[in-house]
Design a protein around this ligand. Structure first.
Ligand code: GLC
Length: 582
């Protein structure tokens, strides 16, 4: 009976949202992914506030800086901005260690600035998604200060503790600890506390209902201010098995499997939905990390389960140092298997970069003068033509590349620095480590935004908190703005195309020429419209066999200056074509 109701509801939604004839409805009735939502159609532009634009010359990007660039942001055609954390924080992990969830970090400005920013975005039709970092807080949060002061403090159970008289707690690996140990001894109460990330990021105890209610209040505070949703940081790790069992040797290599999806995770998400999210039906949520398989990811966003909206998995960016480590065939398979799981319900994000990744060009394309522009355009085509919400990282629209710092002194990141000093203690090969970081460090993607060719790329009049990439005189927004065929203008064009062609949002995805090691080819189909996307992920010419007849079709986008439809069984290096198939 319940199933029948669900089916009828799906039918009605489809009929009302698409106003289609009955015969068309019967073709698509199984796909609840035709249920229209703004966040499915959105292109979300991620801003790393520390590096976007500095307004006061202190070398750190700030809210006023973002405000001064709102017209630029609007000009991209994007729908929403995801802002990395801007809350009060001692900045051990660039704002992912929050000491007050209801205040703005001084480096970034004030709550008044925030209100102006939000108003300015909304006035331009841009929504704002905030980062919600509640797997852990800062050790400088009042809760933790109280909790560590005595064993019977009322905030004690907001965190995980292990009394030292019971001996050492079971070993847990930490992402950012110099010694990779997640339990840290704390003298005032002769106990250990848990930190999966840095020592200054103690994990919050989600098993405590009081803590959960505090978080729900924080969420209401921001939603009542009018923000449009949350990106849930590291949330898959929130629930813990507090019996602390021994874990198999080497488990750190599959950390999501052992730390993710704790015993009560989905209960908490459902509670969060009931208590908060269901009251703000227009707000969207995206989970950072969603288990280790498409099925796991679905559990976060299956609409019937009433948890979150968009899943964001790491398999596609965990390809090694660069795409060739994995190979394009496996890469295509990852996207295809996720799409298969999500074809009828649930929703995914599509991204190739963010603040935890090197630049997308370096990982998936090529930063050489010959191919930087072509490969960047090709990768943007990919992000904007797959099924899923496009998440696009600031700077990629102007083709920014890895910074490739030479010295540890150039790095500020707790991840790189603690790994370096941990290795140093063990007598490891530091120069090999630094060489590797040129390709993998997340600070490659965090260098200041390159606005123009003036000093510090126009980012700041002061000393930038992180070195500007040396290529700023040739790679910058001003140059891109003035060239109609630039990476930037191409990005704007494809964003527009995504709006113009709902098939790019809702259309069925089919992978073609599966075993092709160089070309990613697929179709998107909806209500009789069919687009063919051909992407050469290599720096060579490549053959492609799609089996799609498209001699009379129209190329609606190309990343080369001239393109004809003839003989498209060969693609030029990093060529990207979108073809409307007739
Ligand atoms: C997430 C963030 C990352 C941060 C970590 C700890 O993975 O994206 O930047 O360091 O969580 O909060």
């Amino acid at each position: 009976m319940k199933n029948l109701h669900v089916k009828i509801a799906i039918y009605l939604t489809i009929i009302f949202s698409f106003n289609m004839s009955y015969s068309q409805v019967t073709v698509t009735k199984s796909s609840s992914n035709l249920d229209k939502k703004w966040w499915k159609e959105a292109v979300i532009y991620q801003i790393y506030p520390r590096s976007f634009k500095d307004s006061n010359g202190d070398g750190v990007g700030d809210l006023k800086g973002i405000i001064s660039k709102l017209d630029y942001i609007k000009s991209l055609g994007i729908d929403a901005v995801w802002l990395n954390p801007i809350y009060e924080s001692p900045n051990d992990d660039n704002g992912y260690d929050i000491s007050n969830y209801r205040e703005i970090m001084k480096d970034f400005g004030t709550m008044e600035d925030f209100d102006v920013l939000l108003k300015g975005m909304h006035a331009r039709g841009i929504k704002l998604i905030m980062d919600l970092v509640v797997n852990h807080s800062s050790d400088e949060h009042e809760w933790f200060k109280q909790a560590r002061s005595s064993r019977d403090n009322k905030y004690r159970d907001y965190y995980h503790w292990w009394p030292a008289e019971k001996g050492k707690p079971t070993y847990r690996w930490s992402f950012f600890d110099v010694n990779s140990e997640a339990w840290k001894y704390d003298a005032p109460t002769n106990s250990y506390y848990l930190h999966y990330f840095s020592q200054k990021q103690p994990d919050l105890n989600w098993e405590n209902p009081k803590l959960r209610n505090e978080v729900y209040d924080i969420m209401r505070f921001w939603l009542d201010k009018g923000i449009d949703g949350f990106r849930m940081d590291a949330f898959q790790f929130a629930s813990k098995d507090t019996t602390w069992p021994e874990l198999p040797k080497g488990y750190e290599k599959q950390i999501e499997k052992y730390y993710g999806k704790g015993p009560h995770l989905h209960e908490y998400l459902q509670e969060m939905n009931r208590e908060v999210l269901s009251k703000y039906p227009n707000a969207m949520t995206v989970a950072e990390g969603a288990g280790t398989s498409p099925k796991d990811a679905m559990e976060f966003v299956d609409p019937d389960r009433k948890e979150l909206n968009i899943a964001y998995h790491f398999e596609s960016v965990s390809v090694g140092d660069c795409l060739s480590d994995l190979g394009l065939v496996k890469f295509k398979n990852i996207f295809s298997k996720y799409d298969e799981e999500f074809k009828d319900k649930g929703w995914l994000s599509i991204f190739l970069a963010n603040h935890d990744q090197p630049r997308m060009i370096n990982k998936f394309g090529s930063d050489t003068p010959e191919f930087r522009e072509l490969s960047s355009k090709m990768l943007s085509t990919f992000v904007l033509t797959m099924r899923g919400t496009s998440f696009y990282y600031n700077g990629d629209e102007i083709g920014m590349t890895n910074a490739k710092f030479n010295s540890i002194d150039d790095y500020q990141d707790v991840d790189t620095r603690n790994k370096y000093f941990g290795l140093k203690q063990k007598g490891g090969d530091l120069s090999a480590f630094l060489e590797g970081q040129k390709q993998t460090s997340r600070e490659n993607g965090r260098t200041p935004f390159q606005w123009d060719a003036s000093k510090n790329a126009g980012f700041t009049t002061g000393k930038p908190w992180l070195k500007v990439n040396q290529n700023y005189t040739t790679v910058n927004a001003e140059i891109e703005e003035n060239n109609p065929n630039s990476i930037l203008n191409y990005f704007r064009k494809i964003v527009k195309l995504r709006k113009q062609y709902p098939v790019l949002v809702y259309g069925k995805y089919t992978l073609l020429d599966k075993e092709n090691p160089k070309v990613f080819a697929y179709t998107r189909e909806l209500e009789g419209k069919k687009l063919l996307v051909l992407l050469n992920f290599s720096s060579d010419s490549a053959n492609v066999k799609t089996g799609v007849e498209f001699e009379n079709s129209k190329i609606i986008s190309s990343n080369y200056p001239t393109s004809t439809i003839n003989n498209r069984s060969v693609l030029r290096p990093y060529e990207a074509l979108i073809v409307e198939v007739k």
